[in-house]
Design a protein around this ligand. Structure first.
Ligand code: PNS
Length: 159
């Protein structure tokens, strides 16, 4: 049964991410969710420890899932947990373009391969960026994110 690494910023985790974790557990078995720094998105909204805590709460119903926070390269994180490959979710063609370049680069520098999972169509519009933006203006995103995230977003945004 393979071990897979699901890396992402998860700043914050949303329901589309949870769907990918659930798909990965049913297809592959052991899943390590890795919250990481995206160098293209500096200055996170939540720090890595907060993101890890929220993800742990949100996937507590999946015993085969572990959650880790890593700084550095995704391929090093994959190697350090003994992952057989990386898993990524795809929402759109734009995601595919970006992910394909990362997947080829990761394989070229380390040999670690990436497998894509299409995310559920009814969740494919959700993005962490818009979750943050709406929450900052005190909009309601509680139906788009796990409860653990919704609570912390409310704590973080002034009333
Ligand atoms: O959720 P995101 O922001 O699309 O996740 C991107 C992430 C964190 C997986 C990516 O930025 C990443 O792999 N960061 C670690 C640094 C790294 O490995 N860079 C090389 C990419 S080819």
């Amino acid at each position: 049964m393979p071990t897979v690494l699901y890396p992402g910023s998860f700043d914050p985790l949303h329901n589309g991410h949870v769907d990918v974790v659930e798909q990965a557990t049913s297809l592959f078995g052991r899943v390590i969710v890795a919250t990481m720094v995206n160098p293209g998105k500096p200055g996170g909204f939540f720090d890595l420890e907060e993101r890890q805590a929220m993800i742990e709460e949100a996937v507590a119903h999946l015993p085969e899932v572990q959650v880790r926070a890593f700084e550095g390269l995704a391929v090093d994180a994959a190697r350090s947990v003994g992952a057989d490959f990386i898993v990524k979710g795809l929402r759109t063609a734009a995601d595919f373009e970006a992910e394909q370049q990362m997947a080829h680069t990761n394989q070229a520098v380390s040999g670690v391969r990436t497998v894509y999972l299409p995310c559920r169509p009814d969740l494919s519009f959700i993005s962490s960026r818009f979750i943050r933006e709406i929450a900052q203006y005190r909009g309601d995103v509680s139906h788009l994110v796990p409860d653990a995230v919704s609570r912390r977003l409310k704590d973080r945004t002034p009333s």
